[in-house]
Write a protein that binds this ligand. Structure first.
Ligand code: GLU
Length: 502
């Protein structure tokens, strides 16, 4: 029998900004598929209806295209295994959940959230592993039927062996052993009839004929559940390869609190897509001749899983910048560079956003340079003294910057949404809006008298604003007094309840 065509996929969930981690995983899947003359598929995993949104989906697709990681099948272009959006495949998952129920490999669970909370508290108190205790697994069939007839809501859970060890094969890590006692009776179908990630992911990888799954190592613990599902369905499991996670320089998981993670940040800063791809390729992988600079085509040509190393790859902005400089100097002639600059920000569309902000302040056209410099810059040269020119003391400014940094994740990124955010922060901090804003003019635009703040922030985008606020915080340091540290924690604590976690 001839080997099947290699088919890989990237399966992002459309929540939030397009993440460099998605591009990294997409790149490795793309290279592996192309190296073997196979296909690379994009699948949108949007079963979490509360968090998924179409803007994020569009941003993922646009950013992958910007990077040149085009898919052979997926949303917008279709293909023989569509639809490629999980939210459009509900009936397929329900059918498969029914099949598991029929075969006795899954069960209905009627437990209420109150009972599950109580169960967790008891498990914690007894120092036992958290996980469903199997109450509904033991329900007699007649009772299940009666409760169904009575219309009680239920979820469908996976049956899991109650002893022994699961061995999962990973192409990079060899055999990974995980005790079945650590594997939860996972919910497969939620009360609303929507599947969870685990069911949808396995069903789709099978139906879409995926042969190799290259994904982040955070999914290793899910692999036993997936393997079990493949066994229950009687399907062959694709080969698994868990890639090492990208890390901040302090080795923690790459997070936007410490490092910009949105692909749009890099675009906005003027990194070239080929340089960003090149850098992502060097995370965990190296060319046979160890060359640092290589194109996507070269990476495909030389790609092999054997050259992936498992040490935690550190995403280092300075190295990326150095590499980007090389691409600019060595690979673009003057005309090509001018074209890139035009595409980046010297275009009609961008100028038309800036002109209304500065027209009133122009005496001569050459005033445009200094007035709009922050819109063509990355991080700005600012000092603590400049941040403290207003009425607020250093600790209050430090608190305001930190609170804004947290709060901006959930703000609507429009002029009015940004204004509402600042008004709310001023109220919570019990200071006047006009006293709150001066340090933000400095942090965002480099000087106290500059283009209007809320418009500027909208135009600059959340990613660059986040980076500039973080830069300002670095200049100023944390609040000094214990009282103010407490105050900050209190304000942040209140924020985190509604804030987005990464
Ligand atoms: N939707 C998952 C994610 O967001 C996909 C994980 C996988 O590749 O299996 O990363």
């Amino acid at each position: 029998m001839s080997n099947p065509v290699v088919r890989t996929r990237v399966a992002p969930s459309p929540t939030g900004d397009p993440h460099v981690g998605t591009a990294y995983v997409a790149l490795f899947n793309y290279c592996f598929a192309k190296k073997h003359g196979g296909q690379f598929i994009l699948r949108i995993e949007d079963t979490d209806t509360a968090r998924s949104n179409p803007q994020s989906e569009a941003a993922i697709m646009n950013s992958l295209r910007w990077l040149g990681l085009t898919w052979d099948e997926g949303p917008e272009i279709g293909g023989p295994h569509g639809p490629y959006r999980q939210s459009e495949r509900g009936a397929i998952y329900r059918e498969h959940a029914d099949r598991l129920l029929r075969d006795g490999n899954a069960f209905r669970c009627f437990c209420t959230s109150e009972r599950l909370d109580e169960m967790r508290i008891q498990q914690r108190a007894a120092g036992r592993n958290a996980g469903y205790d199997g109450l509904c697994l033991r329900l007699p069939e007649t009772e299940v039927q009666a409760r169904l007839v009575a219309g009680e809501p239920y979820v469908v859970r996976l049956k899991v062996p109650d002893h022994g060890t699961c061995v999962v094969k990973d192409l990079l890590r060899g055999d990974i052993e995980i005790g079945w006692d650590l594997v939860d009776m996972q919910i497969l179908l939620k009360q609303d009839g929507m599947p969870t990630y685990h069911l949808a992911n396995v069903v789709d990888d099978h139906l879409m004929e995926i042969t190799h799954i290259l994904r982040g190592e955070e999914w290793i613990n899910s692999a036993p559940k997936h393997q079990l599902l493949y066994q229950y369905f009687g399907w062959q499991m694709p080969a698994l390869c868990h890639l090492p996670l990208l890390r901040n320089p302090d080795k923690s998981k790459l997070s936007k609190r410490k490092n910009p993670t949105s692909i749009w940040f890099y675009k906005r800063m003027g990194y070239l897509p080929e340089a960003l791809l090149n850098y992502l390729g060097r995370m965990a992988w190296s060319m046979p001749d160890d060359s640092e600079k290589f194109s996507l085509a070269k990476m495909v040509e030389h790609f092999s899983l054997e050259r992936i190393s498992l040490g935690g790859p550190v995403f280092d902005l300075q190295k990326l910048q150095w590499l980007n400089g090389r691409w600019i100097r060595e690979d673009l002639d003057e005309k090509a560079l001018a074209d890139r600059v035009r595409e980046w920000a010297l275009n009609e569309n961008y100028l038309m956003k800036l002109v209304p902000l500065v027209q009133k302040r122009l005496a001569v056209l050459s005033d445009l340079g200094p007035l709009t410099a922050p819109f063509f810059s990355g991080l700005l040269e600012i000092t603590a003294d400049q941040l403290l020119q207003g009425k607020l003391d250093a600790d209050t400014v430090a608190i305001a910057l930190e609170v804004t940094l947290a709060r901006m994740e959930v703000a609507e990124w429009t002029k009015s949404g940004i204004e509402a955010m600042f008004r709310d922060i001023a109220t919570k901090m019990e200071i006047k809006l006009r006293d709150l804003l001066p340090p933000f003019y400095v942090a965002i635009n480099g000087q106290p008298a500059s283009a209007p703040l809320f418009d500027s922030m909208e135009i600059l985008g959340r990613d660059l604003c986040r980076a500039r606020l973080r830069h300002a915080i670095t200049q100023l340091g944390e609040p000094k007094s214990d009282d103010n540290k407490r105050r900050l924690n209190e304000l942040l604590g209140r924020q985190e309840k509604s804030g987005e976690e990464e």
